[in-house]
Design a protein. Structure first.
Length: 402
């Protein structure tokens, strides 16, 4: 290890541009070493890192301009990381733990970022016959334009998209602290939204109340502005945002906040009834969805597969006539940058993950209730952490239709 690495005492916490990082140097070093171990197992000499989540996870690099070309290089033979960013972002990288070399490029210059990347790999001694270089492809931070040019310059690149993301599924105890804090931020978002919820208010006013509650509770900027819909907009399935529509009496609204602390997200979704009373069919369907959720919650523990969990939920949903082939029942959550807060774990029958202690996830059930010309989409979901003997809610807000 170079002399520049010795200043990162494991028990200390580094700072960047006046703010301490969320983890100790030792926590980052353990993550880097775990990635290098996986690289050795997959016979990779180097890894080209593009996920903003991966960079934050490994060395605390926090920024939102990752649509511009940038990369980090980690080799199997050293924990020292080379980071290549725009000159404008250099101050956000230099001095981060285990970043031994920072190179930059400018938008308005003749410097070719792809050529510089190849030169950096050559400097690190990982080009040549028999060398294997992995690359993160399943990322929003690598434009197809740049991937095409990288592939032309380095035709033997190996897709290593899941190498770091799979490690991120299992949270350390230090990460769990932020996941629990994120759960409390989620509750504050719900409290703000539900207090503002009444006939006549705009969807955007309810969203503003949710965000205000979130930030006043110490929340950080989430990866996704909480999806929101009301009345006839509910078929957006929480994939739309609040608009300037006034909420009417005797209709439903759905909000899906992701409470965030240091980019760690606890996600929940609830459908609530506004004014009047929901119909008996809507109440019955809501209660049946809750039963499906509870069936899954009662079986989740270390050693249980995500596929078996999905099968149990679907078994209950089939009994109630609420099953639809192809629906998923949840996903892993943790680190997230726009446009997503999802981990690679999925709760569905085709997934191959097995629950372990400190895995965190979002469990969800949903159904469209059709009554005459009106369709009411019901969505309910909660964030959880796997414990030694089962699973525990990260949110204290109960599932309720009213």
């Amino acid at each position: 290890m170079g002399n520049s690495m010795t200043r990162f005492a494991p028990e200390e916490t580094s700072s960047i541009i006046g703010m301490p990082l969320p983890f100790t140097n030792g926590e980052y070093r353990r993550r880097i070493d775990a990635v290098r171990k996986r690289m050795a197992e997959e016979k990779l000499d180097a890894l080209l890192i593009f996920h903003q989540e991966s960079m934050f996870y490994l060395f605390g690099y926090e920024q939102t301009g990752y649509w511009i070309y940038q990369t980090a290089i980690l080799t199997a033979d050293s924990p020292e990381i080379t980071v290549f960013v725009r000159t404008a972002d250099e101050h956000m990288v230099r001095g981060l733990p285990y970043v031994g070399d920072v190179r930059t490029w400018k938008d308005d210059s003749a410097n070719d970022p792809i050529a510089i990347t190849v030169d950096l790999l050559r400097e690190r001694g990982v080009l040549g016959d028999g060398k294997r270089i992995g690359i993160e492809l399943k990322t929003h931070a690598l434009l197809p334009f740049y991937h095409k040019r990288l592939n032309e310059a380095l035709p033997s690149l190996v897709d290593a998209s899941d190498l770091i993301t799979e490690l991120r599924i299992l949270k350390s105890d230090a990460e769990v602290v932020y996941m629990r804090e994120a759960g409390r931020v989620l509750d504050a978002a719900y409290a703000g939204a539900f207090e503002a919820l009444r006939p006549g208010v705009l969807e955007t006013e309810v969203l503003a109340a949710a965000l205000t509650g979130m930030f006043r509770a110490g929340g950080h900027v989430p990866a996704i502005v909480p999806p929101f819909a009301s009345g006839p907009r509910l078929p957006s399935w929480t994939h739309g945002h609040a608009v300037d529509r006034r909420i009417l009496p005797n209709e439903a609204v759905t909000i899906e906040p992701g409470g965030s602390r240091y980019r760690y997200h606890a996600v929940g979704v609830q459908t609530r009834w506004v004014g009047g009373e929901p119909t008996a069919k809507i109440r019955k369907t809501f209660d049946e969805l809750v039963q499906a959720q509870e069936a899954a919650i009662s079986m989740i523990r270390p050693g249980v597969s995500t596929a078996d969990t999905a099968r149990e939920i679907n078994r209950i949903l089939k009994q109630f006539g609420l099953y639809k082939l192809g629906n998923h029942n949840g996903y892993g959550t943790g680190l997230g940058y726009p446009p997503t807060w999802l981990d690679t774990l999925r709760i569905m029958e085709s997934d191959r993950h097995v629950f372990e202690r400190n895995m965190t996830f979002f469990l969800v059930s949903y159904w469209a209730v059709k009554e005459g010309d009106v369709t009411t989409e019901l969505c309910l979901g909660e964030p959880f952490i796997v414990t030694e003997t089962g699973c525990e809610r990260l949110s204290a807000t109960p599932l309720s239709l009213t």
